[in-house]
Design a binder for this molecule. Structure first.
Ligand code: HEM
Length: 140
């Protein structure tokens, strides 16, 4: 079980590297006017989005394994996992939103300012803090 949990945390951390860095690239894209710099940022963002999508799969699959196969968090008194799963669904939505916003930049249709993307960039920080408190402290 501990091997599964170790790899769960490893893939979660790798997924979060993308969830933290891709919005940062979007902040730069929203400020950039020079064509070759924009092309370079778009290439970086595309590769990163593909990579973080691949990493999200084992991160979530191993979490589901810990829950549904090993049985951690099953049964009454495990409200922490319900709260955690709600955050995970929001994180998957955020991941998907990053892809849609990147597509808008690729089509040259982005209307949002770099300030908006700076606030957008804070969302995974808040969700990560909530998930870690829920899964480590298990407050309810
Ligand atoms: C569907 C998605 C997920 C499920 C079903 C899931 C389920 C679980 C379960 C059952 C454990 C074992 C808890 C224990 O041993 O006390 C665990 C551990 C952990 N999970 Fe997840 N998880 C998921 C996604 C995530 C995500 C997205 C994060 C980070 C944001 C995360 C962070 C952690 C951490 C840090 C631990 C280790 C906690 C500890 O050892 O005290 N998990 N997860």
């Amino acid at each position: 079980m501990l091997w599964i949990k170790a790899f769960h945390i490893l893939f979660v951390m790798s997924w979060f590297a993308g969830l933290f860095y891709l919005p940062r690239i979007l902040v730069n894209l929203a400020m950039e006017n020079e064509t070759s710099a924009t092309e370079r940022l778009l290439l970086m963002a595309r590769k990163l989005y593909r990579f973080m999508t691949i990493l999200a799969v084992p991160a979530i699959a191993l979490g589901l394994y810990l829950w549904l196969v090993i049985g951690i968090g099953k049964g009454p008194g495990n409200g922490w996992l319900h709260g955690k799963l709600t955050c995970v669904i929001l994180l998957i939505g955020y991941h998907h939103a990053c892809g849609s916003l990147l597509k808008k930049f690729e089509q040259g249709k982005n209307k949002r300012s770099h300030v908006w993307f700076r606030w957008f960039n804070e969302v995974p920080v808040v969700l990560l803090a909530i998930v870690l408190i829920l899964v480590v402290v298990k407050p309810f």
